[in-house]
Ligand binder design. Structure first.
Ligand code: AMP
Ligand code: MG
Length: 324
């Protein structure tokens, strides 16, 4: 776990224009000083991320929001009060402190106050904003441990802060509050139901069938193995058939699991609680890759609560790869 000295060192790396991998409650981020265009550009290079895909600016507290955006609409204030620090990202109109390189050229900016003691300590020690996408190569599975970051990015990062495994495990919910009615751009760690309870009205469920915002390409969050989604009751039969046909099949097995062992290369039993499933999801996908699976058979959970974010990530993991 990162010490106070590590935090000071990481803040120094950010001040010097370097890149720091930092734990948040959602996933690990690859952070740079948000106001340093050259450092922000390096994030895109290291990730192999197209420059049009905007990043999230992480700040230390909701009180600082006004420093980074043009104005703070009442809805944004309300959501920030309820959900920050936490896994909610608000898209607002960009303030002059945010360089265009961080927003992929957009006049809007995504901002979040993370809820992880190490991220919060780093933001306090550094004092500024930290632009950070997930600390993985573009399109692949987000890291939820410091080891995932080291394995995937190695020396490309100047310093890795270890904050243990991420508590939430999937990325933040992104809500666009620039228009009249807020809309969910990406489901995540704050549920649609919780947002609706605070807003007092219903919100649209985002569609994964077409690209709605930059960075939302069909294939994303994808392991090396191809992911196939089938009905929950067909997972076992589909997996065993593919294994018979010569694939090395990994299975994300929904409950209740069958009494007989599934004839596949590797089997992960899905935790019963959606929170535990979200926390484990990316680790499971990485594990199946590591075990040499070339095909992963899974099904979608019920799309309510955290199930909405899990289903969104699984759909993207299974999305057509030629469009990336
Ligand atoms: P990542 O942290 O790698 O998941 O990437 C940041 C996410 O924030 C991407 O899905 C972006 O599409 C989204 N994002 C960042 N800024 C904006 C913005 N101004 N408008 C819409 N989406 C944004
Ligand atoms: Mg990402």
């Amino acid at each position: 776990m990162a010490s106070t000295r590590d935090i000071e060192k990481a803040a120094g790396v950010l001040r010097g224009g370097g890149l720091v991998a930092l734990p948040t409650e959602t996933v690990y981020g690859l952070g740079a000083n948000a106001e340093d265009s050259a450092a922000v550009s390096r994030i895109f290079q290291v990730k192999g991320r197209p420059p049009s895909h905007p990043l999230i600016v992480h700040i230390g507290s909701a009180d600082l929001l006004g420093d980074w955006v043009e104005d703070v609409p009442t809805t944004a204030r309300l959501l920030a009060e309820h959900f920050w620090p936490g896994p909610l990202t608000l898209v607002l109109r960009r303030g002059p402190r945010v360089p265009l390189v961080a927003t992929g050229g957009l006049e809007t900016v995504a901002v979040r106050v993370p809820d992880h003691p190490v991220a919060r300590a780093l933001l306090a020690a550094f004092g500024g904003g930290v632009t950070a996408p997930s600390a993985n190569r573009f399109g692949s599975v987000s890291p939820t441990t410091a080891d995932h970051v080291r394995t995937e990015l190695g020396d490309a990062v100047d310093f890795v802060l270890d904050g243990g495994p991420c508590e939430v495990g999937v990325e933040s919910t992104i809500v666009d509050v620039t228009g009249g009615i807020p809309s969910i751009l990406r489901p995540g760690g704050v549920t649609r139901e919780d947002l609706e309870a605070v807003l007092g009205h219903s919100l649209d469920v985002p569609s994964t069938s077409h690209v709605r915002v930059p960075g939302q390409h069909p294939s994303h969050y994808a392991p090396r193995a191809r992911v196939v989604l089938v009905e929950p009751e067909k997972v076992v039969a589909e997996a065993e058939l593919a294994q018979e046909l010569g694939h090395r099949v990994g299975v994300l097995l929904p409950a209740p699991s069958p009494g007989d062992p599934v004839k596949a290369h590797a089997v992960v039993e899905i935790p019963r609680s959606a929170a535990a499933y979200a926390r484990g999801l990316y680790g499971f996908l990485r594990e199946l890759d590591q075990q040499g699976c070339d095909l992963i058979v899974a099904s979608l959970p019920v799309e309510e609560g955290l199930g909405l974010a899990i289903a969104n990530r699984l759909r993207r993991a299974a999305g057509p790869r030629s469009t990336v």
